[in-house]
Design a protein around this ligand. Structure first.
Ligand code: HEC
Ligand code: HEC
Length: 416
């Protein structure tokens, strides 16, 4: 408010000084120039004022959970809900909390999950899953969460295993494209970039049961399930004061060009969907392409599909840098071939980044992504998926080893 007032007063001041300039001919040049400079100052002040002003909490608040001792089931469920959906967001915006689940999952009856199963009914479905022939005769990249962990036998254990070892059972049709449902695109949620603690996981699971009217399993029971699937050295602890380990994921906070690119990537949750060479916590995202824009961007622009998008007036980039910035700020302008989109042709990538990045921050991030290419990816051991049209980065044999099966050569565009 006060900033807006300041900007207005500067503007009025400028107009007044220029007006004086026209009254006093002898000092006209001086007054008009002075007025002009004040006008510029005012314009900049107003511009800065119009930039997005929302400021998130630096401590990564969404999902900050206290110890569970002495909490009622309702309170624990409420915490779980906040970990999944975060605090209230703007109207019409997808609501995403520390757990990042809504990046892929839907939660309400009737919503179609095109990236991941709708989690409605999971409390009941979980028990059916552990009796599924595909569960009982598993043929996945991982057969056990860790050597000797065994497999789930109850609904509580199935949900814990889904979170701790997504590839221990892959729901049909939702595997990483090209892996024949042997590998899950979901990340292990107790490890970065999500990094939920056991208490937070207990809260999430409590909510999954509670919200459908079931009596949730006790805290001790859910804890035992997680301890079955997460070996002691890997168990993420809550802070000494009972407060959850802090997360940097906070998509409500605006990215400025003074932020490091790593900060931006972590805060905005890009790693949930993309692998990004040189970024430690971005090695598993398979919803979107491997971000080697030093190579991809130039190739995309000249592709017939992109040229068609230009003809239609949805895409506008003339060079690789513009392409990457456009991809971040307006993902639906062009859908990378081989990647599924939402109904109506909208991108699966969130469309809120134009409100989360200042333009210069997006430029900085784009320049970083443009510095990454095939060589960087090979050094870093992150490979392309079979559905990324250009073919895999690594020789077919390695890809085979990775998914322990024959890669799907059809370049299938993922879950139908
Ligand atoms: C990157 C996308 C992604 C994110 C983020 C994600 N999931 Fe998943 N999830 C999937 C996919 C895809 C499947 C189906 C494949 C499989 O079985 O692993 C799945 C499966 C599941 C299942 C088993 C569903 C069933 O019907 O058997 C549960 C439970 C689950 N996720 C919970 C969660 C929770 C809770 C979170 C947040 C803490 C989360 N997921 C975050 C993609 C994701
Ligand atoms: C919910 C998943 C999701 C998240 C989160 C996400 N993206 Fe994407 N992104 C996609 C998908 C899917 C595509 C490919 C389809 C398309 O073009 O819309 C894509 C495409 C892109 C492309 C074009 C890549 C190419 O090679 O042509 C860039 C660049 C990109 N994303 C950057 C980012 C950045 C930076 C972030 C974080 C600020 C981010 N994405 C967050 C899903 C996601």
């Amino acid at each position: 408010m006060t900033q807006g007032f300041l900007a207005l007063s500067i503007l009025f001041g400028a107009v007044f000084v220029m007006f004086l300039g026209f009254q006093f001919i002898r000092v006209r040049m001086i007054l008009v120039s002075a007025g002009f400079f004040i006008l510029l100052t005012g314009a900049f002040a107003s511009y800065a004022n119009w930039l997005p002003q929302i400021r998130g909490e630096d401590d990564g608040k969404p999902g900050g959970v206290e110890g569970l001792k002495g909490k009622t089931v309702e309170e624990i469920a409420e915490m779980g809900k906040e970990i999944i959906f975060g605090k209230n967001r703007g109207i019409g915006e997808r609501s995403i909390g520390k757990g990042q689940c809504p990046l892929c999952h839907t939660f309400n009856a009737g919503d179609i999950g095109d990236r991941a199963p709708n989690l409605i009914g999971i409390a009941k479905r979980a028990l059916e899953r552990v009796k599924d022939p595909r569960y009982l005769k598993p043929d996945f990249v991982q057969l056990e969460s860790f050597a000797g962990s065994g497999r789930a036998t109850t609904a509580t254990e199935y949900i814990a295993e889904s979170h701790a070892c997504p590839s221990c059972f892959v729901v049909e049709g939702f595997g990483v494209p090209g892996t024949k449902d042997k590998e899950s695109p979901m990340m292990v949620v107790h490890k970065p970039p999500i990094g939920l603690t056991i208490n937070e996981l207990i809260a999430v699971d409590t909510w999954l049961f509670f919200r459908e009217g079931f009596d949730p399993p006790s805290v001790a029971e859910i804890q035992a399930a997680y301890e079955k699937f997460i070996p002691p050295p890997e168990r993420p602890k809550d802070g000494a004061d009972g407060v959850a380990v802090k997360t940097r994921f906070n998509p409500d906070q605006i990215a400025h060009d003074s932020d490091s690119t790593l900060d931006m990537i972590e805060r905005m949750g890009c790693a949930g969907c993309h692998r990004i060479p040189t970024v430690d916590f971005a090695k598993i995202g398979v919803v979107g392409p491997l971000l080697i824009e030093g190579e991809n961007a130039a190739r995309r622009i000249v592709s017939p599909e992109y040229q068609e998008a230009i003809q239609k007036g949805t895409a506008h980039a003339r060079n690789p840098r513009e392409y990457v910035i456009e991809s971040i700020m307006n993902p639906s302008s062009f859908i990378v071939p081989g990647f599924p989109a939402q109904k109506g042709g909208k991108s699966l990538m969130p469309d809120h980044f134009s409100k989360r990045f200042t333009y210069s921050a997006a430029e900085k991030l784009a320049d970083f992504l443009l510095s990454l290419d095939k060589e960087t990816a090979i050094q870093q051991g992150v490979d392309r998926l079979p559905n990324e049209k250009e073919g895999t980065l690594f020789p077919e044999k390695e890809m085979k080893d990775r998914v322990s099966g024959t890669p799907d050569k059809s370049g299938s565009p993922g879950p139908a």
